[in-house]
Design a protein around this ligand. Structure first.
Ligand code: ATP
Length: 855
């Protein structure tokens, strides 16, 4: 002990509020820091400071619950302990936090709080004068204090005597008992024996030495009695049971020098014991158990101050939390499942039928290594929500894993534990979140996975989705296999084009096409409107949305395959109505009646109400219930219509035709425009076209040139070759959107035929189909979505490849009956159908174009 170790703490100290325990002078404590204020203190003081002074902080016990640690600083406990931060360990798991190892130096009192933010700073007064201990020790004090300290020392010796001296900590304590000044013993021993936080707080508050001895002596005696009792009950057992040390092991202040014990504190060893118990009772498979026990063994030997301690502990905690053998029981009743799917979703018959088949097979054979369903369709058509319904019908937990933009394979498979901040992947995290090993996992947007330098996440998914391999899926973080065979995977995507082929091969693709207008109206009135009303706290008695209004919203305010933006529009209407209703409540006065103000039978749209309330100034009258949303109200709420029927307007000049395009967002009509000017036979293409589309344009030009004579197509000067002395420009409007694919072939031919012949294309015709140099029309994809888009746009005749005729079966009957379909196998038929009265000079369609043998 060095008597001249005059520790003076700075007059201003940053204050750390602890929730976990009471730091006493002379003891060492591990404090977990995760509140905003404390984190700030660690960051800007401990991590940035370089001097010894900057590592001294004031630790103040806080009795308030950290959950309630709000913006304002709680009332501070008057006394605290100045402590030396010996170590700071940071971790990001499970959330960002620091663990501090702090050794208590001396008591202090907060005289004045200097500031509260970003962390509290106080002007403090040092209470314990450390050097004075040494002096009084030398003086061997007499009187009551002397008596007390003698008794305390004896009790401490007795306590140590009851412990197993072969345990290094006990041996050290024994040594320190003799070397430490007696005045420090109350603090040191209180921090070691079992005492509640309240008792420790009282010891901290006992600034007077005599009082401190008086407070701690009963605690020491209680510990001795407890030990005696324990030994008595344990006597008959094996001798080495004596090793049970119910004494806190911790850092001990030895005469001005602070020795930090490597071993953890009792609480931690309790935790480790608890962890071990959970590992053993966690029903883990053999391999996992073995790994956990090995890690536990390492953990016990590891000093807590090692950063690896926290990592290993986190790992073990994850291992015990994983649902190795916990599962829910499937409660599948096919009839109930059908009813539930029908009540949750309108239309989508094909999808629902396939899902029911899938579920029925699962019911018959529970260990089905079945295909993984992948719902492919435009956004907002209910793919995710069908997945959720499947989980409900099975009575399973549901978890959605969003894969959009994932480009690192460790997102799926986790990071190896050697990396700092390593974490398990999304699959294992999902399992931990749901707590059972047989949930329904919805892998959302599998088509949006991308590759990067960090590996290919699709490759990692292959293992997850392969029923032959996924019973032993190994996450890099876990490093032991986890059985995923009970998990039901469902994937969703907007298009199959960008799903890696190997992944696509493992899935059964179910197309979910867009909805027709009629289907949307039904969905809106059965599901979307009731849902939105409920969300906004409205009732059908307060607002009425007639079917005509819905049709208006669908055709004039939204243009989509699904119903998501339709639902958003209802949200906007509900918000506007909610304001009216709330205003009405406020303005309604007892006895004030609005009845009779409006002639019965008229539709009381919002604007009428506004007119009236406007006339009455601020005193708005309560609106009449229900508020009916008519076309005028719609315009007031949603603004002027976004989409107008523009088809006929744009076909007033030769050289325009309407094509049908398929995009991941559903079908669309697409205008193709052409113009010609004097030049030297150049073809210019604009509108962000892909290579395949450019090739289609060249094909179309070549075919028209070679057949110019037959169709009497001429150039600007009336010559036989349409391109001679003429430049042609082809444009595909909506230039910002990239377009590609062969299906615009027939449209380009029709558009150019119109240009070269000077005739108008029929404005109610839209077409799709790939062309060949010989003038054949080949089949294309996405027919259902394209036809629905044409129907939405008010087209009445659709020209499509003959080999696509079979796809028309998928189109709802009422849409089919409203449209006229022309199935064409050659360009000749296409042109005939596209122009009023056929296309002049066309050959009879049964004459095959002359074939030129390649041999
Ligand atoms: N047939 C339907 N019947 C009832 N509600 C539907 C139907 N189709 C879609 N919806 C509703 O439309 C909304 C959007 O659906 P959902 O989120 O499932 O779309 P999604 O196809 O998964 O879209 P994305 O590809 O963008 O994820 C949901 O509120 C859903 O309830």
């Amino acid at each position: 002990m060095s008597s001249n170790s005059d520790i003076r703490i700075p007059a201003r100290l940053p204050l750390l509020l602890t929730y976990e325990g009471v730091l006493l002078p002379g003891s060492t404590m591990r404090i977990s820091v995760d509140t905003a204020r404390n984190m700030q203190l660690v960051k800007s003081r401990l991590l940035k400071g370089t001097s010894l002074k900057s590592t001294i902080i004031g630790v103040i016990p806080n009795t308030r619950d950290p959950e309630h640690d709000t913006e304002d600083l709680p009332t501070l406990h008057g006394t605290g302990t100045a402590g030396l931060a010996v170590q700071v360990v940071g971790s990001n798991w499970p959330k960002p936090h620091y663990t501090l190892l702090i050794t208590g130096l001396c008591r202090f009192r907060v005289i004045q709080l200097l500031r509260e933010r970003p962390f509290p700073m106080g002007e403090v007064q040092q209470l314990d004068k450390l050097e004075q201990y040494a002096a009084s020790d030398a003086a061997d004090c007499h009187g009551e204090l002397g008596e007390l300290s003698k008794r305390f020392y004896q009790a401490a010796v007795q306590l140590v005597g009851m412990l197993d001296i072969s345990v290094p900590v006990v041996a050290k304590l024994r040594r320190l008992l003799d070397s430490l000044p007696r005045e420090t013993l109350p603090d040191v021993l209180t921090s070691m024996i079992q005492a509640s936080n309240k008792e420790k707080l009282e010891v901290l508050d006992a600034v007077n030495l005599e009082e401190r001895f008086k407070k701690t002596l009963p605690l020491l005696t209680r510990q001795i009695e407890g030990l005696k009792l324990l030994q008595k009950t344990r006597k008959p057992r094996l001798d080495d049971d004596k090793r049970v040390v119910p004494v806190r092991r911790g850092g001990v202040f030895s005469g001005g020098q602070f020795s930090i014990e490597d071993d953890g504190e009792e609480e931690d060893s309790d935790d480790v014991a608890l962890l071990e118990k959970r590992v053993r009772t966690g029903n883990m498979p053999e391999t996992a158990l073995r790994v956990c026990l090995k890690e536990l063994k390492r953990l016990k030997k590891m000093p807590q101050s090692m950063p690896e301690y926290a990592l290993t502990r986190n790992y073990l905690e994850l291992m015990v939390e994983l649902p190795w053998s916990k599962s829910t029981t499937d409660c599948l009743d096919i009839r109930a499942a059908r009813a539930l799917l029908d009540s949750d979703h309108y239309a989508m018959e094909k999808l629902k039928r396939r899902v029911l088949e899938y579920l029925a097979v699962r019911q018959l054979r529970s260990a089905l290594k079945g295909p993984i369903l992948c719902f492919v369709g435009p956004p907002g058509v209910g793919k995710t929500s069908v997945g959720r319904s499947i989980a409900r019908t099975l009575g399973r937990e549901f978890h959605r894993i969003a894969l959009g933009g994932v480009c690192d394979q460790s997102d799926i498979r986790g990071h190896r534990r050697t990396y700092v901040g390593s974490m398990p992947g999304r699959i294992i995290n999902g399992l931990k979140a749901v707590g059972v090993n047989n949930p329904v996992f919805l892998l959302d947007e599998v088509d949006k996975l991308s590759k990067s330098l960090q590996g290919d996440p699709a490759a990692a998914l292959l293992e997850v989705l392969d029923p032959e391999q996924n019973h032993s899926f190994t996450d890099h973080y876990l490093n032991v296999p986890f059985d995923l065979s009970q998990v039901l995977f469902i994937a969703t995507a907007n298009t199959t084009a960008t799903i890696p082929p190997a992944l696509l091969d493992r899935m059964e693709v179910l197309q979910v096409p867009g909805y027709t207008q009629e289907e949307k109206v039904e969905i809106a009135h059965r599901h979307l409107i009731p849902h939105q009303l409920e969300q906004h706290g409205l009732t059908p008695q307060q607002v009425q949305i007639p079917q005509d209004t819905t049709l208006d919203i669908i055709s004039r305010y939204t243009r989509e395959a699904g119903v998501r933006s339709l639902e958003r529009k209802y949200g906007a209407i509900c918000r506007a109505v909610a304001v009216k209703v709330a205003e009405g409540h406020k303005a309604a006065k007892p006895g004030a009646s609005t009845e009779g103000e409006q002639s019965p039978g008229t539709e009381a749209g919002v604007p009428d109400q506004e007119k009236k309330s406007g006339a009455l100034g601020d005193l708005a009258l309560p609106p009449e219930m229900p508020i009916v949303i008519d076309r005028q109200a719609l315009k007031d709420i949603l603004g002027p219509p976004v989409f107008e029927m523009e088809v006929s307007e744009r076909l007033t000049l030769p050289g325009v035709a309407i094509g049908l395009a398929w995009t991941p967002l559903g079908g669309e009509i697409m205008f193709v425009e052409a113009s010609r000017m004097e030049g030297d036979g150049q073809l210019t293409l604009t509108g962000q076209l892909g290579d395949v589309m450019k090739e289609s344009a060249h094909l179309a030009i070549s075919w028209l040139r070679s057949n110019a004579k037959t169709y009497q197509l001429t150039n600007m000067a009336g010559g036989a070759d349409p391109l001679e002395g003429t430049d042609v420009h082809l444009h595909f409007p909506a230039g910002a959107v990239t377009k590609d694919g062969p299906s615009a072939g027939v449209t380009i031919v029709t558009c150019l035929a119109s240009l070269f012949s000077g005739r108008l294309v029929r404005s109610d015709v839209a077409m799709t189909g790939e062309i060949t140099l010989r003038g054949l029309v080949l089949p294309v994809g996405g027919i259902k979505d394209k036809v629905l888009a044409a129907h939405r746009a008010g087209i009445s005749r659709i020209i499509l490849p003959k080999r696509n005729e079979k796809d028309l079966e998928e189109i709802p009957a009422h849409v089919r009956t409203q449209l006229e379909f022309v199935a064409a196998s050659s360009l000749d038929e296409v042109l005939n159908a596209a122009f009023d009265g056929g296309f002049c000079g066309s050959q009879p369609s049964h004459v095959p174009p002359a074939l030129v043998s390649k041999l």
